[in-house]
Design a protein around this ligand. Structure first.
Ligand code: MGD
Ligand code: MGD
Ligand code: SF4
Ligand code: MO
Length: 894
């Protein structure tokens, strides 16, 4: 009983699944973590990132104090500085000369206050958010079709669906707990038909009956083709269309026009006829269909049209608002949905009210008691940074996002921010690519220190709770913003004493002119009476909340077939296929796609602190297939220089059959804080969707060439090192230190000397060996031993083999009785099976152990491998990888 009492319920810091977490402070002052069995988002499950939350709450790298132009200062000075500078710039240049750039990683309370200050009191629409890069095409699609930004389904629908279409989403890696839920449903009901639509063969295909590797950007053609097929085969719901929708005829006409020639359609999609036929037949004949979609749909120059092409098919079949069916835009960030609720996007007002609606303006002005409410939408993210570059915006406050890494055209973003007279950044981490170009740094509380609410993909509001004390002088984001607001002269409106007061005000706002929830979808009337105690104890609530629910309810929207358009009918939107904005050419022949890997989160400021999460994929890469590699004379692991019209990058080649000819894929995570030149956004030009302003992140023409070096090195250090004088370097967190991979145009001998100069602390025992590789080239090994511990070590050669990495990895763990000198000469740690690349992050099992289990211990299924090695027994996200290895190595055996 006693133990149970010490677990606190909170919500995961990462993706929009919004899993319930239970956390307990352990003896090290860090957190033990487990899934919350009572939370309806995950019923106790967590993925590798959620399970590793406890490893990211150390104080390593934290921003501890406010600073102005590089000098630490106190809070009153920093707040006064920001308030005065903003006020003066507004006085001199007008209210549109300032801007906020916020994030789906803020809590609803933070977001609410930021929006209130900018739109309500400064009086400008210039608050936009990284959700512009993420969800804005879905927002446009929803609003055009439903008259409101509403995700209609609830997670429970996955348990009832008979067909699930996953399009433009790598659910297995990006929403792993939902993927596991789907996998369990498939296991229980093998007839559940799963389709993955993605130009790449991702891990999500592991449970798919059909994978459509469509041509990048051809989604509208695919779904227009589906709409035409449904109509031609009398598989539409004519009653539903007649009674509850508008615009079907013209939409169908345009879809038919788009696909008048079936051969042309197959060509546009690059698909075999039978695959397309199977997809269309299944969709037509199966009633309960859920279509999950994410960034392969949204992050496109026609993202909004892609969204509507999907919604059209659901509306035409009446498959919305009913059990086991509906379109499902999965949200990315933990509070992507909350930000949309409180008006975080430049073109919306709070509580789903709208610019241009006089009634909404009057309601808000009255509620906030302001006569300065913004009257027009502000600039969308890309326009906003353009305005900074042009000197029109002279002060920007960036909160909980890292735009130097995540906005397209990084070089331009850096130049814009360098030129901007005032760049304020609130972050919990000190050294990020964006904090490097800030004038004022404000330390924010991080996950586990902050307190408030987030809304997940199924519209469920959950509490994030404070568990640990904040290091240094970090403060809650809502507090920081309110304190600046007060100093700008808006005291009365920002006198919040507690985050619960902010929430209560927001809940009340959702009811303005909407007491019955019939005017707007978002209604929290049941939460308006929460006092501090009630807020403290708040259990997950799915909106709309008519009354506070003691037990878990699962609601879907539009079950009454009424929509929030003027006619209350859903709208079909006519859309036509168009190619991505930038096309490949002779100069830039490959199309670059970008996205996520399983164990890292965005710009790695937090997952990069976990050695476990850093082990699965430890180095930035560009994925191409074997034919493309051969054409460019590349081997797996070669370094590759990548160039586009906007910039360049230098990463390793990863050869994979998951990717098609003429295409390439790069992860978004690495950047200047942890690599020399691995930022994918440096390559991307800012082409945007006309309606949503969302950038096209998944289709950039590039060229690649092998990058030739003279020597490379692995360097292990207990402390962080600065390595910018090497041509190539990346940093990886390992237990108790950092592992660096280096490559340089200078010879191994010089590299060896350059590294020696870097390592200033030479106390203790220095072991230096120069042996040679199989090809007789020199191989340098060095280790510095202090207090019976390896403090620093390196290996340098013209070409390093995997063996060198295995040696390095084991050096950190070397027990003191191992003969370190013998190991230095042989380059192996005897008696240890080298792990190889880590496959299972939770249990830290490497590919060599798994290979050994398959080949030498008779494990012929993923289940047996799990029993034998414990790989896959944590969150389960690596099981597709294990299955693939079983297939691969069993084949070799046969
Ligand atoms: N591990 C991990 N999980 C995360 C995050 C993370 O950083 N790491 N971030 C979170 C956030 S904020 C977000 S927004 C989500 C994103 O989640 P996802 O959208 O699932 O992730 P991405 O990898 O960006 O892209 C999804 C897929 O779109 C495919 N794609 C590219 N072009 C096209 C196309 O033209 N058509 C179709 N149909 N598909 C295409 C890509 O090949 C890719 O596999 O993940 C969330 N979860
Ligand atoms: N090429 C390419 N680019 C992309 C994408 C893509 O698929 N391809 N995806 C886009 C998408 S969908 C997204 S969502 C973005 C994500 O991109 P970003 O938002 O730039 O990435 P993060 O690393 O999540 O940045 C969050 C920052 O906030 C800090 N932080 C964390 N918690 C708090 C807090 O409570 N308060 C404060 N003040 N700071 C905090 C973190 O330390 C970190 O510096 O990237 C976009 N960019
Ligand atoms: S799926 Fe993973 S990252 Fe997403 S909320 Fe759940 S535990 Fe966190
Ligand atoms: Mo996102």
């Amino acid at each position: 009983m006693k133990e149970k009492a010490s677990w606190t319920k909170t919500t995961c810091a990462y993706c929009g699944v919004g899993c319930g977490v239970e956390a307990k402070i352990n003896a090290q002052g860090l957190l033990d973590i487990r899934g919350d069995k009572e939370h309806p988002a995950n019923y106790g499950q967590l993925c590798s990132k959620g399970l590793a939350l406890g490893e990211t709450v150390s104080h390593e790298g934290r921003l501890l104090h406010p600073s102005i132009n590089g000098a630490d200062t106190d809070w009153p000075t920093a707040l006064e500085h920001v308030a005065t500078q903003f006020s003066e710039i507004i006085k001199e240049h007008g209210k549109d000369a300032v801007a906020f750039y916020a994030s789906g990683q803020l809590l609803t309370e933070d977001y609410y206050v930021a929006n209130k200050l900018m739109k309500g009191f400064i009086g400008s629409g210039n608050i936009d958010t990284n959700s512009r890069l993420c969800m804005s095409s879905s927002v446009v699609g929803h609003k055009r079709a439903f008259g409101s930004d509403t995700v209609p389904i609830c997670y429970e629908d996955l348990d009832h669906a008979e067909m699930v279409v996953i399009t433009g989403s790598n659910l297995a890696w990006c929403h792993p707990v939902l993927f596991q839920r789907l996998k369990a449903a498939k296991k229980a009901r093998p007839e559940l038909f799963i389709v993955v639509i993605d130009p790449r063969k991702t891990d999500s295909c592991a449970i798919a009956d059909l994978h459509l590797a469509i041509e990048p950007g051809s989604d509208v053609a695919l779904f227009n083709g589906l709409l035409s097929y449904l109509a031609e085969h009398n598989k539409i719901d004519t009653d539903y269309i007649r009674n509850y929708t508008e615009g079907f005829e013209t939409t169908l006409e345009s879809a038919l026009d788009d696909n008048d020639d079936p051969i042309q359609l197959l060509k546009k999609l690059s698909l075999p006829a039978e695959q397309l036929a199977t997809f269309y037949q299944k969709f037509a004949s199966i009633e309960k269909v859920v279509t999950i979609y994410s960034q392969g749909v949204n992050q496109s120059s026609q993202g909004s049209d892609k969204v509507n092409s999907i919604l059209n098919c659901h509306l035409a079949t009446g498959r919305i608002g009913k059990v086991g069916m509906g379109p499902f835009s999965v949200t990315g960030q933990p509070n992507a949905m909350g930000g949309r609720e409180v008006g975080g996007l430049a073109n919306t007002l709070a509580a789903h009210m709208e610019f241009g609606d006089e009634n909404d303006h009057a309601l808000i002005s009255d509620f906030w008691n302001t006569d300065n409410l913004a009257t027009a939408p502000g600039l969308k993210a890309i326009e906003l940074f353009d305005a900074i570059a042009e000197g029109k915006i002279k002060a920007v406050w960036i909160m909980a996002t890292n735009p130097v890494v995540s906005l397209p055209n990084s070089n331009k973003t850096i130049e814009a921010l360098k030129k901007c007279p005032l760049v304020v950044v609130s972050d919990c981490i000190k050294d990020t690519a964006t904090t490097r170009v800030a004038n004022v740094l404000l330390p924010a509380q991080g996950w586990s220190e902050k307190s408030g609410t987030v809304t997940n993909s199924e519209r469920r509001i959950s509490r994030q709770r404070r568990l640990l004390p904040t290091p240094g002088e970090g403060k809650a984001d809502w507090w920081i913003i309110s304190e600046v607001a007060k100093r700008m002269g808006f005291s009365d409106a920002f006198n919040f004493l507690h985050e619960g007061e902010v929430f209560a005000e927001y809940a009340k706002m959702t009811t303005l002119g909407n007491e019955d929830g019939k005017t707007r979808d978002l209604n929290l009337i049941g939460l308006t009476q929460l006092d501090a105690k009630g807020y403290g104890k708040l259990t997950p609530q799915q909106w709309p909340v008519t009354t506070l629910q003691e037990t878990i309810v699962h609601q879907r929207m539009f079950s009454d077939n009424l929509f929030f358009t003027p006619s209350q009918k859903a709208q079909f939107i006519a859309v036509t296929h168009a190619l991505p904005k930038a096309e490949c050419s002779e100069e830039y022949p490959l199309l670059l796609n970008s996205g996520r890997i399983r164990d890292h989160w965005h710009t790695m400021t937090r997952t990069g602190l976990s050695s476990r999460l850093s082990a699965h994929i430890s180095e930035p890469f560009i994925s191409i297939n074997a034919a493309e590699a051969q054409y460019h004379h590349l081997k797996d692991g070669d370094l590759v220089e990548i160039n586009s019209a906007s910039g360049s990058a230098l990463v390793r080649a990863s050869i994979s059959e998951a990717i098609t000819n003429k295409q390439a894929f790069m992860p978004i995570h690495w950047n200047q804080a942890n690599a020399k030149k691995a930022s994918v956004c440096a390559l991307i030009t800012a082409h945007t969707d006309q309606s949503s302003g969302q950038p096209e992140f998944k289709a950039t023409p590039i060229k690649i060439a092998k990058w030739v070096f003279k020597g490379e090195a692995l360097l292990l250090s207990r402390r962080k090192l600065k390595l910018d004088h090497f041509d190539y370097w990346i940093e990886q967190k390992v237990a108790d230190g950092y592992l660096y991979r280096l490559a340089d145009k200078t010879a191994p001998e010089q590299i060896q000397e350059k590294i020696q100069q870097l390592i200033s602390d030479r106390k203790g025992k220095n072991l230096n060996y120069c042996t040679s590789n199989d090809d007789q080239t020199p191989l340098y090994r060095y280790a510095n031993i202090q207090d019976q511990q390896v403090k620093c070590a390196f290996v340098v050669s013209a070409n390093l083999q995997q063996q060198a990495l295995d040696w390095m990895q084991h050096l950190l763990e070397l027990p003191l009785d191992v003969d370190i000198e013998r190991s230095m000469i042989s380059g192996v740690v005897e008696g240890k099976l080298a792990q190889g690349k880590i496959v299972c992050a939770c249990k830290q099992v490497g590919e060599n152990s798994i290979k050994d289990a398959i080949q030498n211990q008779g494990c012929n299924s993923a289940e047996k491998v799990s029993q034998c090695t414990s790989a896959g027994t944590g969150c389960g996200s690596c099981i597709p990888d294990i299955e693939q290895m079983v297939d691969e190595y069993r084949l070799v055996l046969n």
